[in-house]
Ligand binder design. Sequence first.
Ligand code: 6PG
Length: 244
Amino acid sequence: METPPNVFVFDTPEQLALAAAERFIEIAAKLDGELDRISVALAGGKTPKRVYELLATEAFKSRVRWSQVHLFFGDERAVPPTHPDSNYRMVYETLISKVPIPSGNVHRMIGEGDAKENAHDYEKYLRSFFAGFPWPRFDLVWLGMGEDGHTASLFPHSDALNEQSRWVLATKNETTGQQRITLTLPVLNHAAQVMFLVTGKEKAQRLAEALRPRTELKLLPVQAIAPVAGKLEWFVDGAAASCL
Ligand code: 6PG
């Protein structure tokens, strides 16, 4: 299969993370002149950790005007921010605690408590932050891909995949039973730039399927990511690309 032009293959996860961090700097620098703020929706899970760690190093953090960066979350596990599964905890430990970003620029998705209520509250918050927009326009959305082809917390066969009006929903990882909160497909697809970060040979088969012409979206949620007026890129490592 020919590698599509928007798929960038890196030899190692470290090279992928360096490139993703550089892309963040590029986007932040470009927008710095145009906007008074940039909004980024962060991916959870393990893959993006190294990107966040790199952004917190001197080589990168001094190149960002953090007062203009607003960090949101693409999804969250329904756990407290101190829980080992919390995406917020992972981002706090790798990035937020290490860069001079104003606390008011970090928009945590509340995980603890009732997931449905938390989804409503985050949606209310987003609608006020992006007041005047029919959909939020994130300048950058980072996403991962699960081995089952899920992204954010949009899992195969989930009714959430049909959502066309809500911005944030409570969902469930049927494999683990874990409650989640997630941005919905229309929100993700209204971003200016969506970037998948995928590494590891365990993702190779699914990635090859994901990059083929669209199949049944309920089976492969990542294929439902198709920005309406934005850019979609895949940053993958050689192991994940081994079936392309
Ligand atoms: C989450 C993520 C999820 C993740 C994929 C890949 O909260 O877990 O939003 O969609 O990106 O499951 O996870 P890994 O990077 O850990 O493989």
